[in-house]
Design a protein around this ligand. Structure first.
Ligand SMILES: Cc1cc2nc3c(=O)[nH]c(=O)nc-3n(C[C@H](O)[C@H](O)[C@H](O)COP(=O)(O)O)c2cc1C
Length: 354
């Protein structure tokens, strides 16, 4: 396994975090980054929503916000790639600096605030690509929009014909008021209007997912499960970054404002995943995200109820070669526990929901 990141990673980390991110996108755009093997173990393939995922390891939203390099990222071995968050109108996001590494914790804190080029431009890029490989679009609201649901309707209309799945993101901590949309009444209205916008598009229509925060009360989780099952949502992405600062963080940067991601998020995000699997009775496909670095982490998410997983922060510290390692180790862990296929392990640690 060629691990160019062992050399490049420490050099890239000499740059401020957002400059490093922009550089990595520019380098990937050149097409010169060697791809990772894509001959995935057959035990890792899974079909959901009529789509065939070659493996369950996806790239989480926020890395390729503007859909500049989804195909290059699929070439790095991801089973699927999520672009966005995209808002209807372009917006600059929060003032810089807005992305900080917590090197000692292998974590980051971001307060990007949905910087993106806007739905028209980004959807145009998806429309222009050959549709090989699964690319989902994560949609959000502009900072100044009053009628939040109208922005999600616009996002659904812009991306509905060009994305393999859609994600309603109501869980980023960096847009004022956004996470309040996870409350029962606003959520039911929002999902209802987004679904109506989707149904106004010609078939075949993509599945509609909802991405939730890790910072939820038990009542919030019950309400979200109820709305998800009643409103015809097709799945949940669990979870976004946390505004909490779990005990044990050692980096002095832990006091930065924003959403924390990486290993310190693994425990809390997996606990919410397990809760949502139980509360939805295993009837909705769940995407487990938050703190995955290793194949063992991905396996824990699957056993807690995830049919797919995603990661972002691990790439900052380990590069895309980590995707290949995760897939290899995940296939070995399934075999070791006597599962011939990933789908058999989904929710294995939540027997009350199976
Ligand atoms: C710099 C950065 C930007 C992000 N931007 C978005 C975003 O625009 N939309 C979104 O839904 N999640 C966003 N996320 C959250 C990730 O998709 C993911 O849910 C979170 O980072 C936890 O996964 P991880 O621990 O593997 O990074 C962002 C995360 C980071 C680190």
């Amino acid at each position: 396994m060629l691990d160019y990141y062992r050399v490049a990673g420490p050099l890239i980390r000499l740059l401020p975090a957002e400059a490093a991110h922009n550089l990595s996108i520019a380098v990937m755009k050149t097409g010169l980054v060697p791809g990772q093997p894509r001959d995935d173990d057959p035990s890792l393939a899974i079909s959901l929503w009529g789509r065939d995922f070659p493996n369950p390891v996806g790239l989480a939203a926020g890395y390729d916000k503007n859909a500049e390099i989804p195909d290059a990222l699929l070439g790095q071995g991801f089973g699927f790639v999520e672009i966005g968050t995209v808002t209807p109108r372009p917006q600059p996001g929060n003032p810089k600096p807005r992305l900080t590494r917590l090197v000692e914790d292998r974590a980051v804190i971001n307060r990007m605030g949905f910087n993106n080029q806007g739905a028209e431009r980004v959807a145009g890029r998806l429309a222009a690509r050959r549709r090989i490989g699964i690319v989902g679009a994560n949609i959000g609201k502009n900072k100044t929009t009053e009628d939040a649901a109208a922005d999600y309707e616009a996002g659904v209309r812009a991306f509905g014909l060009h994305a393999d799945y859609l994600v309603i993101n109501v869980s980023s901590p960096n847009t004022p008021g956004l996470r309040a949309l996870q409350g029962k009444a606003p959520l039911a209205e929002l999902v209802g209007r987004a679904r109506a916008a989707l149904l106004s598009l010609p078939a075949p229509r993509p599945p509609l997912l909802l991405k939730i925060a890790p910072d939820l009360t038990d009542e919030d989780k019950r309400d979200i499960a109820e709305v998800a099952l009643e409103s015809g949502l097709d799945g949940l992405i669990v979870t976004n970054t946390t505004i909490d600062r779990p005990a044990g963080l050692i980096s002095p940067n832990r006091t930065e404002t924003g959403g924390l991601s990486g290993p310190p998020l693994m425990e809390p995000a997996t606990a919410v995943l397990r809760d949502m699997y139980r509360l939805t009775g295993g009837r909705l496909p769940l995407v487990g995200v938050g703190g995955i670095t290793t194949g063992a982490d991905a396996y824990r998410k699957i056993r807690a109820g995830a049919s797919l997983v995603q990661l972002y922060t691990a790439l900052i510290y380990h590069g895309t070669v980590q995707v290949t390692r995760i897939k290899r180790d995940l296939a070995a862990l399934l075999r070791k526990d006597g599962f011939s296929h990933l789908s058999e392990a989904v929710g294995a640690d939540v027997p009350e929901a199976r």
